[in-house]
Design a binder for this molecule. Structure first.
Ligand SMILES: NC(=O)c1ccc[n+]([C@@H]2O[C@H](COP(=O)([O-])OP(=O)(O)OC[C@H]3O[C@@H](n4cnc5c(N)ncnc54)[C@H](OP(=O)(O)O)[C@@H]3O)[C@@H](O)[C@H]2O)c1
Length: 238
């Protein structure tokens, strides 16, 4: 186990999850990544473990083994894997599209967290990669907005039930990841606001995943400073 503690994180093949996994290893945590694809650049690190799982599949979520040491150092779960889901007017979103988004963004992190909270490790922390889209409606993103609002509220309830455990949903802003590329590729019909996202990208206004990773690792190491839901842009000490 790493000198600073151990972190389990989902969705580590790219974007925010990969940046957090890399920084956590550099900082001295051992890291268990979970997802469909292992990032090759981490495989040689002796403090890195990878568990292959498609988090949209119930049996795979329920069977994930937690590779954890019994230790008083922080043991952290970061539920990061997510999908934008289908974009388009709500009336066009079918059962499968709805189900895929809600399963990956809501049901899987809730179940993984429930299993994690039942473990005996003393010093647990739980994070969810939330979104500003939980807090304001975006025309064409009904599934995504609803899923992120659900996970913010889950974090709030979990925090109320477990006052001694740091539990957070962080909102990272618009981050330069493959998910943003997917947003920019949308049609104006499916996502009327797409042009604004293209302009912000062209103007270099997107947040780097590494900045989000620094903010999250700061909160992991300085528990108790933030409310349950916090924007990573608020962490000015990193
Ligand atoms: N980028 C932004 O502006 C932004 C803003 C707010 C919140 N977020 C949130 O940040 C989180 C990470 O997204 P990102 O922006 O870093 O985009 P990303 O690079 O596309 O990362 C998404 C991650 O989720 C994993 N994933 C997708 N489907 C999965 C499945 N069925 N099972 C297991 N893993 C799966 C992907 O891995 P594989 O496809 O390799 O399996 C990937 O590692 C998401 O929860 C997203 O909602 C992003």
């Amino acid at each position: 186990m790493g000198a600073k503690g151990q972190i389990i994180i989902t969705g580590v093949s790219s974007g925010i999850g990969l940046a957090i996994a890399k920084l956590a290893l550099e900082t001295g945590f051992s890291v268990q990544g979970i997802g469909r694809n292992e990032p090759k650049e981490l495989t040689s690190n002796p403090y890195w473990f990878f568990t292959t799982a498609d988090l949209s599949q119930e049996n795979e979520v329920e069977d994930i083994p937690f590779k954890l040491a019994a230790d008083p150092l922080p043991t952290v779960l970061i539920n990061n894997a997510g999908t934008l889901g289908a974009m388009g007017q709500a009336k066009t979103i079918d059962w499968n599209d709805t189900n895929e988004c809600m399963t990956l963004n809501v049901t899987a992190p809730m179940r993984l967290t429930a299993r994690f909270m039942s473990l005996s490790q003393e010093s647990k922390q739980v994070f969810f990669t939330g979104s500003g889209a939980a807090e304001y409606p975006i025309n064409g993103w009904s599934s995504y907005c609803a899923s992120k609002a659900a996970i913010h509220m889950y974090a709030e309830v979990l925090a109320q039930e477990n006052p001694s455990v740091p539990i957070h949903a962080f909102t990272p802003g618009k981050v330069d990841t493959p998910m943003q590329a997917q947003i920019r590729a949308a049609s104006k019909e499916d996502f009327p606001g797409v042009e604004h996202f293209r302009e912000e990208y062209a103007d270099g206004l997107l947040v780097k995943p590494e900045a989000v990773a620094k903010a999250v690792l700061h909160v992991v190491q300085n528990p108790g400073e933030q409310p349950v839901v916090f924007p990573t842009s608020q962490i000015t000490t990193v």
